[in-house]
Design a binder for this molecule. Structure first.
Ligand code: TYD
Length: 223
């Protein structure tokens, strides 16, 4: 049976990595083979592009250049790593995916929606997430957390931007969730990590039961 594809989204400091690790632990305890991966990156080709983007080397060439680079990295990651993993029945948990491009490049990069849709289609070739967890946090709280975590380290290309930009990104994520309620679940992220982890585990367990029920239906009903 095909594995489940779950993506995690949210602004800086929303706690994605903590929650991905907790969900991976939960699923492994149930006996699943889990792949934890991230974007930009996740395959050798995509990791090479990641460095170009996050160092800021592509920034002078504009948001369309960056959007295409994210998409090139995504296509490699999808075809080399994630689609094969899902086909072999693994659970794939990915830190950021299409919604990051929709929000960071499409909304705050002001790129043309038609261009963004075309880029997305060719990057993923139909590989939509079964579930997208949007960890939602007031922009100020997320930035404080990201700054604390970074300490003396330098901010990457996207962490340096203004608070207004972070507000717009939060709104954009919430708009995606509203437009695609079957795929997206918004989880309030300014709560204890254990509480959030339990909520996410319950969502995923429910989705597994639903998928199993669909797989077991006779062909005529399933259609
Ligand atoms: P990363 O260090 O992985 O940060 P985070 O912990 O916030 O996920 O950096 C990824 C950065 O790239 C992040 O600021 C979001 C940005 N990004 C985009 O702008 N578009 C995309 O499609 C993706 C996947 C990431």
């Amino acid at each position: 049976m095909q594995g489940l594809f779950i993506t995690f989204e949210g602004g800086e400091g929303a706690g994605k990595s903590t929650q991905i690790a907790r969900l991976a632990e939960h699923l492994r305890a149930q006996g699943h083979d889990v792949l934890v991966t991230r974007e930009p990156g996740g395959s050798p080709g995509a990791e090479a592009v990641r460095h170009v983007i996050l160092s800021g080397a592509a920034e002078p060439f504009g948001p369309a250049m960056e959007a295409l680079l994210f998409a090139a990295a995504r296509n490699d990651h999808v075809e080399q790593v994630m689609r094969p993993a899902l086909r072999s029945g693994r659970m794939v948990l990915c830190d950021r995916y299409i919604d990051s491009s929709r929000v960071y490049q499409g909304v705050t990069g002001n790129l043309d929606p038609d261009l963004m849709r075309a880029i997305e289609r060719s990057a993923i070739n139909g590989l939509m997430p079964d579930l997208t967890i949007i960890l939602d946090l007031p922009a100020e709280v997320g930035l404080q957390r990201a700054n604390a975590r970074r300490g003396e380290g330098t901010a990457d290309r996207f962490e340096k931007e203004t608070i207004d930009m972070h507000h717009r990104r939060r709104d954009a994520y919430l708009a995606i969730a509203k437009a695609e309620p079957d795929r997206c679940s918004v989880i309030a992220a300014d709560r204890p990590a254990g509480e959030i982890a339990r909520e996410i585990a319950a969502l995923v367990d429910k989705l597994k039961v639903e998928r199993r029920a669909i797989a077991q239906q006779p062909a005529e009903v399933a259609r």
